[in-house]
Ligand binder design. Structure first.
Ligand code: FES
Ligand code: FES
Length: 178
């Protein structure tokens, strides 16, 4: 059975008529032609399909599109500000944080969501001080919080520093940022 649905994707309103069983990943890839979100496992195991849904990171392969009428979706295609890359995109390039690149859109979207979660004070299983005002995103925190995103090329040694660099730049007080 098809249902009409409206999604805001990367700032553009789309009206679709889709089968109720269509995942958000298939809606993005097959109906809207956005191939940034990747289909790795299609079972919630690899994170390659990660997008931001109403500001939170989700595995789009596990998300039924019809459940998110009028939701705001941001994919890797929507992160850059015109010609200016998102800081995480830039950091991944500068740190050579990928090989084949298949996992990269999911890694970057997940990292965007992860930084927001840390900023909001959400602890992880390795957070030692649950009362701290500020979560120090050290390598252990980054590895734990990004553990849902697998990289078959094992570029982790460069992915972690790329994310840490952006995390550190965001933790600098606003008035001292350049
Ligand atoms: S494709 Fe969604 S988690 Fe692997
Ligand atoms: S860069 Fe190839 S899977 Fe991550």
């Amino acid at each position: 059975m098809n249902l009409p649905i409206t999604l805001q994707v990367n700032g553009v309103t789309h009206q679709l008529s889709i089968d109720t069983r269509t995942t958000l990943l298939d809606a993005l890839r097959e109906h809207l032609g956005l191939t940034g979100p990747k289909k790795g496992c299609d079972h919630g195991q690899c994170g390659a399909c990660t997008v931001l849904l109403d500001g939170k990171r989700v595995n789009s392969c596990l998300t039924l599109a019809v459940a998110y009428q009028d939701a705001e979706v941001v994919t890797i295609e929507g992160l850059a500000d015109d010609e200016r890359l998102h800081p995480l995109q830039q950091a991944f390039i500068e740190h050579d944080a990928f090989q084949c690149g298949y996992c990269t859109p999911g890694q970057i979207c997940s990292a965007v969501g992860m930084l927001n979660e840390a900023e909001a004070g959400w602890p992880s299983v390795v957070t030692t001080d649950l009362t701290a005002d500020h979560i120090d995103l050290n390598d252990d925190e980054i590895r734990e919080r990004m553990s849902g995103n697998l990289c078959r090329c094992a570029a982790y040694a460069n992915i972690v520093p790329a994310i840490r660099e952006v995390a550190e730049s965001q933790s600098i007080p606003q008035e001292t940022r350049r």
